[in-house]
Design a protein around this ligand. Structure first.
Ligand code: PXL
Length: 300
């Protein structure tokens, strides 16, 4: 088998050390060639938060902003070879997993992470695209539960995904709490159930339910009416992974990533003729979402 770094050693050069202080995060997820979701969105999110982004591709989708035509899963072996190449170089400070395609990939990846990786893993259990095409095979759902939840620092299903994972429908925050507890009992260190619409003081709010087995916290913000923004789930889970790579606590990571995601939903971009997409670089582009004005107002 070819091993990495032989050339450097044979050439008698001293091995180069990874740059001190540089934080890195690895996305292990699907390729959406239009960039709105999957590894491209994840890497952009890592970089927008000051974390050097890397990616290993599990499944190649054929899609643009108007819809998805299909997907081709890379063999589990090809996925693992990408991850092992990264690991042989330098362990990333955090990992995020997204759409993984096959049960084989889920199982092999879970086993590899359990054996070799000690950092935080954020598992976004992506099952369906916005147009309801499968991004995770049916038999891969139980593999995810068995092999990935035990290595997850946090699992971040939306309410549709939590139904598929926990086996029951989520209608309110009590259901979401029960589902989050179930995911923690199944081995995840924490769970964040996202995308619940509920009512607080007579107003619609978007609620995410966080549970780490000790406490349950419900994060809310005013419901943003209108478009469904492609890639917002990727932004949230990649944002959490980036914040964990920077050394934040699980809860602080959720707070930071939620603020970025909400801002991206308020000020989406339109890179094609179809869906609005979440853009993690909106602040660098000088766009000022309402959510930041509110936060600054509260801080004064
Ligand atoms: O947003 C979920 C998602 C994640 N990853 C890939 C996707 C999608 C949705 O379409 O295509 C690759």
């Amino acid at each position: 088998m070819t091993t990495f770094f032989d050339d450097t050693e044979e050439a008698g050069q001293p091995p180069r050390l990874p740059q001190a202080g540089l934080r890195t995060a690895l996305s292990i997820a699907g390729l959406d060639p239009s960039g709105g979701a999957g590894v491209i969105a994840d890497v952009r999110t890592f970089d927008a938060l000051g974390v050097y982004g890397m990616a290993a591709v599990s499944t190649v989708t054929y899609q643009n902003t108007s819809g998805m035509l299909g997907r081709f899963d890379l063999p589990a072996e090809t996925l693992l070879s990408q991850v092992e190449a990264i690991f042989a170089d330098r362990m990333p400070n955090a990992i995020k997993t997204g759409a993984l395609g096959s049960a084989d990939s889920v199982r092999e990846l879970g086993l590899l992470l359990a054996e070799k990786y000690n950092g935080p893993v954020v598992v976004d259990p992506v099952v369906l695209s916005a147009g309801a095409q499968r991004l995770l095979d049916e038999d891969a759902v139980s593999a995810l539960e068995r092999f990935l939840l035990p290595v997850a620092a946090m699992v971040t299903p939306n309410i549709k995904e939590v139904e598929l994972l926990s086996g029951f429908a989520v209608f309110d925050s009590k259901d979401a709490e029960a589902a989050a507890l179930r995911l923690v009992a199944a081995g995840a260190r924490s769970a964040l159930i996202t995308g619940l619409k509920s009512v607080e003081a007579g107003e619609d709010v978007a609620a995410d339910v966080f549970c780490d087995g000790q406490e349950i916290e419900i994060f809310t913000n005013p419901w943003v009416e209108g478009l469904e923004v492609h890639g917002s789930g990727c932004l949230l889970s990649a944002g959490i992974a980036a914040c964990l790579a920077l050394g934040m606590s699980l809860k602080d990571a959720v707070l930071e990533a939620r603020a970025l995601t909400r801002a991206a939903i308020e000020v989406p971009v339109f890179p094609g003729r179809g869906a609005a997409c979440a853009d993690p670089f909106l602040l660098q582009k000088g766009l000022r979402p309402q959510v930041l004005e509110e936060q600054e107002g509260e801080a004064q």
